[in-house]
Every structure is written in structure tokens, then in C-alpha cells.
Write a protein that binds this ligand. Structure first.
Ligand SMILES: Nc1nc2c(c(=O)[nH]1)N=C([C@H](O)[C@H](O)COP(=O)(O)OP(=O)(O)OP(=O)(O)O)CN2
Ligand SMILES: [Zn+2]
Length: 149
């Protein structure tokens, strides 16, 4: 049975700030993130089944990624928990979509965070192969299962 990779693209708008960064990105600013999620699995081999030939129905993949990532991250502000408490309190007054994380919200760390979440929500029989997260048109980070075993 061949193993096949399937990929679906997603998009979300998110703001972040790089805590104590020595450049413009220390300011709150936004990105139009593009996300590519690639799964690995064997296409179903059940000729009578409506999902015959699918590793995972793209619709099911969309449901998982939208529920776990896009719907939570879209139009949110992601901030490092190290930011002083009084600043966090101010931010909480101006947005109901503040995501506090225990890491600097770089593309690298966000892609690893997404991988951690998605791995917990995939059905059996498929695995997360890779994730590519574009922060800008010219910059992206990738997570590969094979690099993280
Ligand atoms: N290794 C990383 N470096 C930087 C990150 C990151 O997540 N990982 N993030 C930033 C800023 O948040 C922001 O994304 C700036 O990135 P940059 O590519 O420099 O953006 P530009 O708009 O200047 O892109 P150009 O296409 O070169 O105009 C900083 N560094
Ligand atoms: Zn940025």
C-alpha cells in the first residue's frame, strides 16, 4: 500500500510582539500568516466506502485545523508571558483575543506550537508529516516530524 502525503493550506491574520527584540518587531504588529499542513498516511482501500482513496478527507482536515488553530488565532494577539503584568492587563482591556504563550512568538516557535496541538487532534491512521508557516511572503518556518523524533 503506498504512503501518500496530502497538504491543505490555511490563512489567518494575527498580531504579535517580540518581547525585548532589538528591532521594529518589538512593537505590536500583524502578519497575514499562511499555513500549510501535510499529513502522511495510506489512502483508504475500500471500494464501496465514500472515502475510498483518501488519506483523510480534506474537509475533515479543514475542520481540525480551523477548530484548533485558525478560529483561535485569527485576529488574535499573541504575546510572550514574560511581558510585564501591567502591560498584559492593558492589552486584556483592548482585545478579547489575547493569546499568552510561554515562548517568544517567532515563526519557529509558533509552527512548533501548532504541530504540538495538531498532533493531539489527528485521527488514528494518519500522522503529521510537516507544517510550513509563512509569516510574510518572504519568510517561513517549517516543522518536520522526521526532525523531531
Ligand atoms: N528567525 C526569525 N526572525 C524574525 C522573526 C521570526 O519569527 N523568526 N520575526 C520577525 C518579525 O516578527 C517580522 O516577521 C519581520 O520579519 P522580516 O522578514 O524581517 O519582515 P520584513 O517585512 O522586513 O520582510 P521583507 O520581505 O524583507 O521586507 C523578525 N525576525
Ligand atoms: Zn512579526
Amino acid at each position: 500500500m503506498p504512503k501518500i502525503r496530502v497538504t491543505k493550506r490555511f490563512h489567518f491574520e494575527m498580531a504579535h510582539t517580540l518581547y525585548e527584540y532589538d528591532g521594529l518587531c518589538r512593537n505590536i504588529h500583524g502578519h497575514s500568516y499562511n499555513l500549510e499542513v501535510t499529513l502522511l498516511g495510506e489512502p483508504r482501500k475500500q471500494p464501496e466506502h465514500p472515502k475510498d482513496g483518501m488519506v483523510l478527507d480534506f474537509a475533515d482536515l479543514k475542520d481540525i485545523v480551523k477548530t484548533q488553530i485558525v478560529n483561535r488565532f485569527d485576529h488574535a494577539l499573541m504575546v510572550n508571558e514574560l511581558v510585564p503584568g501591567e502591560q498584559i492587563e492593558l492589552l486584556q482591556k483592548t482585545t478579547d483575543r489575547l493569546i499568552l504563550v510561554g515562548f517568544q512568538p517567532t515563526t519557529e516557535n509558533i509552527v512548533a506550537y501548532i504541530a504540538e496541538i495538531l498532533q493531539q487532534h489527528l485521527p488514528s491512521g494518519v500522522s503529521l508529516f510537516s507544517i510550513r508557516l509563512y509569516e510574510t511572503v518572504t519568510a517561513f518556518a517549517e516543522w518536520f516530524a522526521s526532525d523531531n523524533q
